[in-house]
Write a protein that binds this ligand. Structure first.
Ligand code: GLP
Length: 260
């Protein structure tokens, strides 16, 4: 795992966007795994800026989002499809048919999840998977105790996640209890994982993910087994990392040829 400590959330978001842009420039038909939540918002804003000002093209890119709420139509205020439309899909030259988000309105959820896996397989797998981190150590919507070999499926949110995601919903509307999410096993097949976590609310989860034991109780800890996992954290999110100084040292002295 490569841990990159950045001085601020802004610097971290710019770096993450640079890594994603680099992936697209290296492979214009790249397959990106995308995340939602508050953390990726400035990353998408920077990608949109690069598209507008630097000619970064998404025309041949395919995207797969990690997750979606069950029962929310794509245009619902809190749906992840709408989030993606607002922050990225509607602002760059991605072809709509190449953007996939699990269908929260699917009648046959099992078939829909199997089809999602099949579509990922058909395009040759995910080149780069962007990830946020839940305060309880979840990735996608793989809550603690999720199988570390799981595939795309229905999950039930914990009370903790229901409360954490409440601000994304209009007052008076319940947060859906059920979600569809890529599995931990699905995420682990991406050729590169890029996880971003900022702020003091993430410090415990970051320490458990990076330095704790590998356990289904912290699904993100599986990234310790990923051959190319990069974790970008600011000082507050890195607060509880015992080897923090070492990670900074490694990054500072990273050979030029290995940078980014
Ligand atoms: C949700 C999403 C995750 C995201 C997490 C953290 O649970 N399903 O993919 O990483 O929230 O969100 P935030 O970035 O808002 O802290």
């Amino acid at each position: 795992m490569e841990i990159i400590l950045v001085e601020s959330e802004k610097t971290g978001a710019l770096l993450a966007a640079r890594l994603i842009a680099r992936q697209i420039r290296l492979k214009p038909d790249a397959v990106l795994g995308l995340a939602t939540g508050a953390t990726p918002v400035p990353i998408y804003a920077e990608l949109v800026r690069m598209h507008r000002e630097e000619g970064l093209s998404f025309r041949r890119v395919t995207t797969f989002n990690l997750d979606e709420y069950v029962g929310l139509p794509p245009d619902h205020f809190a749906s992840y499809r709408r989030y993606m439309q607002e922050h990225l899909f509607g602002k760059v030259d991605l072809l709509p048919e190449k953007t996939q988000v699990p269908d929260g309105m699917a009648r046959d959820i099992t078939a829909c999840c199997a089809d999602y896996e099949e579509r990922i397989r058909r395009v040759g797998g995910v080149d780069l998977q962007l990830l946020g981190l839940g305060q309880d150590g979840h990735i996608g919507f793989n809550e603690p105790s999720s199988s570390l070999a799981s595939r795309t499926r229905l999950k039930t949110l914990t009370p903790h996640t229901l409360a954490a995601n409440r601000p994304g919903f209009p007052p008076g509307q319940e947060v859906p209890r059920h979600v569809l999410t890529m599995g931990v096993g699905t995420i682990m097949e991406a050729r590169r994982c890029l996880l971003v976590a900022f702020g003091p609310r993430k410090s415990t989860a970051v320490a458990r993910m990076v330095e704790g034991p590998l356990t289904a109780m912290v699904p993100a800890s599986i990234l310790q087994m990923h051959p190319v996992a990069t974790v970008i954290v600011d000082g507050e999110a890195a607060r509880d990392l015992r080897m923090r100084d070492y990670y900074s040292e490694v990054y500072r002295h990273k050979p030029d040829w290995q940078k980014e």
